[in-house]
Design a protein around this ligand. Structure first.
Ligand SMILES: Cc1cc2nc3c(=O)[nH]c(=O)nc-3n(C[C@H](O)[C@H](O)[C@H](O)COP(=O)(O)OP(=O)(O)OC[C@H]3O[C@@H](n4cnc5c(N)ncnc54)[C@H](O)[C@@H]3O)c2cc1C
Length: 260
């Protein structure tokens, strides 16, 4: 697991309060994290800790906390709208001793390490968005061909064809941009801005595709036994985690207009 978010701060990582105090041979960590993916089942958690309160963006370090360390406890498995196959949890650190051997990278370099790796996380969210939307669209195309209304398959209504045509086009266009970003990543050339564009756009398209595919299923689309219903539940978070889509637009806007 990687633990950045805290009860009091998510988008604004500079507001992280979990602290690491220097002691002989390591750090004493105090604080809490929330919404952590794999928080329950992980054996090893990379925790973003403020190791220098006066250090600004150079005041954060990544400390590796292991299952069983004294003072490290997990809260409950949080109840979510979707993604039920994955656990999301709160983590608590009460005077946890973390030895120097468990500093990941450099002391004070945590923020830079996050910034350099978050684009890859965002790209993977975009790729996931396309894969899920693709599967839902394929499923929906099959459904509309077998479901009959007014004496004909619903796929024969012009509205259905136009819906499928629009969704297929949106997905193809999105895939072209994300593929370009994947190639750039392969060349070590993926920019923070392009990763942000891929993340916000692909996840918006995913949610649009899933919602409209659910509509084409009629009432069956609202039943959890149909894959489109589960996709509807699972898709919503994509616009929030990995940096909200508003934060993605901040990154892009800053690149266009400059920092304010
Ligand atoms: C299922 C799930 C799994 C998660 N997994 C992890 C994980 O493994 N590790 C981890 O560290 N975190 C994880 N998170 C946390 C997630 O990354 C945060 O929830 C997310 O970054 C948003 O932070 P927040 O919830 O504090 O919202 P806030 O930051 O409070 O944002 C609230 C609203 O304000 C908007 N907003 C905030 N700042 C601005 C701004 N400058 N301009 C415009 N709008 C703004 C946001 O876009 C949002 O709409 C997970 C969350 C969920 C729900």
């Amino acid at each position: 697991a990687i633990a950045m978010t805290e009860p009091g701060t998510g988008s604004d990582l500079r507001g992280i309060r979990t602290s690491g105090t220097r002691v002989d041979g390591g750090w004493r960590v105090n604080g809490s994290k929330t919404f952590i993916t794999n928080g329950i089942q992980s054996d090893l958690v990379i925790v973003v800790v403020r190791t220098d309160p006066a250090g600004g963006s150079q005041g954060f370090s990544l400390l590796v906390v292991e299952r069983g360390m004294t003072g490290f406890t997990r809260g409950r498995k949080l109840a979510k709208i979707g993604l039920h196959a994955q656990d999301t949890a709160e983590l608590f650190f009460d005077d946890v001793f973390v030895p120097d051997t468990h500093v990941l990278g450099t002391v004070g370099g945590g923020f830079g390490q996050l910034v350099s790796h978050l684009p890859l996380e965002r790209l993977s969210i975009a790729a996931h968005a396309i894969a899920l939307a693709d599967a839902v669209l394929a499923d929906t195309i099959a459904y509309t061909q077998q479901r009959v209304a007014f004496g004909q398959p619903i796929a024969d209504f012009q509205n259905t064809r136009f819906e499928l045509a629009e969704l297929s086009t949106e997905l193809d266009v999105t895939r072209a941009f994300v593929d370009r970003a994947v190639l750039a990543h392969g060349e070590n050339d993926l920019t923070v801005v392009d990763a942000a564009k891929a993340k916000w756009w692909a996840t918006e398209v995913q949610n649009r595709v899933v919602d409209r595919c659910l509509q084409l299923h009629g009432g069956y689309g609202y039943m959890l036994e149909y894959p489109v219903a589960r996709a509807f539940q699972d898709s919503r978070i994509q616009k929030i985690f990995g940096g909200t889509n508003e934060i993605m637009k901040q990154i892009i806007g800053r690149d266009i207009i400059g920092r304010k």
